[in-house]
Design a binder for this molecule. Structure first.
Ligand code: C2E
Ligand code: MG
Ligand code: MG
Ligand code: MG
Length: 290
């Protein structure tokens, strides 16, 4: 690299970026203590059947209740933790917290709906995800069908051996695998032919624009999920027009602010208690056709 290039790089390293780096540095400094002090929390965002408008499950989402900064969203710390090796500890914590809640709801006498947790590509590459999850299930006496697993499409894409092997093993152990952010730009029909997955979660960018062209694209993705025989959950549903769009195309399931925002465990628990919001009519398996 030439000197000229070097200085070019130095020049784009502005004060904003400097601030961000310093900020990340202090955040990382706090992580270990934060885990010990249990500052991380699991929020639950319900998934709905749009036809019945009832809850069919939820996604567990990490939040950091920082003593001085307040509630920090995962977009601030997940990528950072992935780069710095903390993601493994955080995810183990979130998976366990989720299992603990599920056990609590069963003990309270409720039939809990499945909850999905997120698995980072880094987790797959740095630990035995299957063994870790089975250990958690054992400790909380849970069936694998209750703890569903979300893996983003980009993790699947390059298909390193470790990812293929891990996913196959998880499926043999009866975990349900959801492909997160489906259609976010990397997948192809061909890839899906070779990949093991149970449920697709439609990337929320498909719902950004309200127009005929967006509708056509969305339609082809919904059809694709049907050809593949896979249930589809639309993510990021915020407006009535999106609900109408999706229903018209035959997409049954959705997760989004239109129905519910991610909420503290206690609020989700209250929702579970309120039978009116919860769909216990089937065995928990999602349908493919409307
Ligand atoms: P994700 O797994 O795709 O989760 C869905 C995200 O979409 C959540 O953001 C949720 O709050 C947001 N969302 C849901 N409905 C709507 C809507 O109607 N409108 C809008 N604008 N957003 C909506 P969140 O909680 O901020 O999480 C962001 C990402 O951080 C997640 O995306 C996931 O990739 C990652 N993440 C969150 N928790 C964990 C975790 O425990 N472990 C790991 N490895 N990653 C996590
Ligand atoms: Mg997810
Ligand atoms: Mg994910
Ligand atoms: Mg997603």
């Amino acid at each position: 690299r030439t000197k000229g290039n070097y200085f070019q790089h130095a020049a784009v390293f502005d004060s904003g970026q400097m601030e961000q780096l310093l900020d990340e540095h202090t955040l990382l400094h706090d992580v270990e203590a934060a885990l010990e002090r249990r500052e991380f929390e699991v929020y639950f965002q319900p998934k709905c059947n749009m036809l019945t408008e009832k809850v069919v499950g939820a996604e567990a989402l990490a939040r950091w209740r920082h003593p001085t900064r307040g509630l920090i969203p995962p977009s601030t710390f997940i990528p950072l933790f992935e780069r710095n090796g903390f993601i493994k500890q955080l995810d183990l914590y979130i998976w366990e917290e989720t299992a603990r809640r599920l056990r609590r709801w069963i003990d309270m006498g409720h039939r809990p709906l499945p909850v999905s947790v997120n698995i980072s590509r880094t987790d797959i590459l740095t630990m035995d995800v299957c063994a870790a999850l089975e250990e958690i299930l054992r400790r909380y006496r849970l069936e694998p069908s209750l703890l569903e697993l979300e893996i983003t499409e980009s993790t699947y894409v390059n298909q390193p051996e470790a990812v293929i092997r891990t996913v196959e093993r998880l499926m043999r152990r009866k975990f349900t695998i959801l492909m997160d952010d489906f259609g976010s730009g990397y997948s192809s029909l061909n890839m899906l032919n070779n990949v093991n997955v149970d449920i697709l979660k439609l990337d929320m960018r498909f719902l950004e624009h309200n127009g005929q062209k967006s509708k056509d694209i969305l339609e082809s993705v919904v059809h694709m999920s049907k050809w593949l025989d896979l249930p589809l959950i639309a993510e990021g549903v915020e407006y009535q027009w999106q609900v109408d769009f999706l229903k018209e195309l035959g997409c049954v399931y959705a997760q989004g602010f239109f129905f519910y925002r991610p909420m503290p465990a206690e609020d989700y628990e209250a929702l579970l208690l309120d039978g009116r919001a919860v769909d216990f009519s089937d065995d928990g398996t999602l349908r493919i056709d409307q």
